[in-house]
Design a binder for this molecule. Structure first.
Ligand code: AMP
Ligand code: ZN
Length: 465
């Protein structure tokens, strides 16, 4: 299996530290608002990597954090006149709902920064003790120049960086390249006590600490969006390697951006759709399918047109699976003809093609093309006169391969009519009782499952989308 390793800028054979096990850390979102579909890209991509590794028999320990203390969270809390903890809790819950809608498996551990402050203080103290950090008036800085490997991930040269950073030089720092590990408290901000006074951690330290605690000093894969390469991941390497005295992550994986009109989708630029916005219009399975239609290292442009086309492509797969299960009801086990034998061999070779695509740095775009080839062949070759077992084999293969990508393609997995109607009744009841939050959450839940509601004068109508 080959993985493109940002650290060495090339595809490399994947060799885990411990046979049969993978220790994987994925930088998670800062929870100050609903996640946008750009944030969903790493979630979907690395969940797919995890699913494939698990399919190959690895035991994957998957850690992904929630950054729940940060300037943006504090700003939002002040804006609303509530605590930072309340904001973080609200949007962590919302992010988890969105992840479930996208069929992103819960991580083995989802640590939160605010619950790991003690570990951060310990690591910062270690860095001070071994000369890699220093304190000035309540702020602790990392002594970047002391870490010889600085720049090895991003390919940046510290002197070039320094030239760019000089203008912004902060009086308290020894050097413009030094970055903050701990900052003193400000009025109205959450804080924790530390040997350097009350304050809160800088952003980068949390991932070094959580990765250490839940996965160990050395890990197999560290991942995130490509904007994290510098400075976040570069700083994580500096912190972890200086504190632990060992190499940090063996493979670094980064997804390219999700763009709109060829510009990065981001909250600060205001050109974003939240996952919840999209869930109003499409089942979130379509969003997942759309994202995996591109290689994770290629930029991906978002548009309604492309989503519509992803929707009909996914529908084609689902219809094929549905038709095959229908055929299974009428077909009988009859002796194989030589054409049937060939068909069966074709299925095996498609499975190999799918694996080859995934083992070439998780080329999900090619992997999806293989699924379409199976669908095409099954649609043209199979009918109720064919042996039952090859019809079953074709259906099971499509379901298996979609499942590795986290795509649900069996109609059986969709909500049955009675459940939909029960939820609609519950929603009507909630509206009668003026519990509009509950009513809305039922509507959201149904949309996520591909059910659209329409309120008419005659009552609520629903349809599958
Ligand atoms: P943030 O909440 O900004 O720290 O981002 C959480 C994750 O989403 C990080 O891995 C980012 O790199 C990633 N990310 C943010 N915006 C985009 C985008 N437009 N496309 C792809 N990934 C993104
Ligand atoms: Zn991180």
């Amino acid at each position: 299996m080959k993985i493109f390793n940002t650290l060495n800028n090339r595809k490399e054979e994947f060799i885990p530290i411990e046979e049969g096990k993978v220790r994987m850390y994925v930088c998670g979102p800062t929870v100050y608002n609903y996640i946008h579909i750009g944030n969903a890209r790493p979630m979907i991509v690395f969940d797919t990597v995890r699913r494939y590794l698990e399919y190959k028999g690895y035991n994957v320990n998957y850690v992904s954090n929630f950054t729940d203390v940060d300037d943006k969270i504090i700003a939002k809390a002040n804006e609303e006149g509530v605590s930072a903890a309340e904001i973080a809790e609200r949007y962590t819950k919302a992010a988890k709902e969105d992840m479930a809608g996208l069929n992103v498996m819960p991580a083995t551990t989802h640590p939160k920064a605010t619950e790991e402050i003690d570990g951060m203080i310990d690591m910062i103290q270690t860095l001070i003790d071994n000369g890699y950090a220093y304190e000035k008036n309540g702020t602790v800085f990392y002594r970047t120049r002391k870490f010889a490997g600085y720049g090895k991930l991003s390919g940046k040269n510290i002197d070039d960086l320094e030239a760019g950073a000089r203008i912004a030089v902060d009086d308290e720092k020894e050097d413009a390249m030094d970055f903050v590990l701990w900052k003193p408290k400000k009025e109205g901000e959450p804080y924790w006590t530390s040997p350097w006074g009350d304050g809160r951690p800088g952003w980068h330290i949390e991932c070094s600490v959580m990765s250490n605690k839940y996965l160990g000093k050395q890990i197999d894969i560290h991942a995130g969006g490509e904007d994290l390469i510098f400075p976040h991941h570069e700083n994580e390497i500096a912190q972890s390697e200086a504190a632990n005295g060992t190499a940090f992550s063996n493979y670094w994986m980064h997804n390219a951006f999700l763009n709109i009109n060829n510009h990065k989708m981001s909250k600060s630029a205001g050109n974003f759709f939240t996952v919840k916005d999209i869930a109003e219009k499409y089942p979130l399975q379509v969003l997942r399918f759309f994202m995996l239609g591109a290689h994770y290292r290629s930029p991906l442009n978002f548009s309604d047109e492309l989503m519509q086309s992803a929707k009909s492509s996914l529908e084609r797969i689902r219809t094929a699976v549905f038709n095959l299960s229908h055929l299974e009801n009428s077909a009988k086990e009859v002796p194989y003809s030589s054409a049937d034998e060939d068909f069966k061999k074709q299925l095996d070779s498609f499975k190999n093609d799918f694996e080859a695509a995934m083992e070439d740095d998780f080329n999900t775009a090619d992997a999806i093309s293989v699924i379409f080839e199976i669908v095409r062949l099954a649609n043209s070759y199979l009918d109720s006169d064919k042996p039952l077992s090859i019809i079953t084999a074709a259906r099971e293969l499509i379901v298996l391969l979609c499942g590795i990508l986290g795509i649900i393609c069996e109609q059986d997995n969709l909500l049955p009519d009675e459940d939909i109607e029960a939820l609609i009744n519950e929603r009507n009841e909630a509206r009668k009782n003026k519990d509009f939050a509950r009513a809305d959450s039922i509507r959201d839940e149904l949309v996520k499952k591909g059910i659209q509601l329409e309120d008419t004068r005659e009552g609520v109508r629903w349809k599958r989308i």
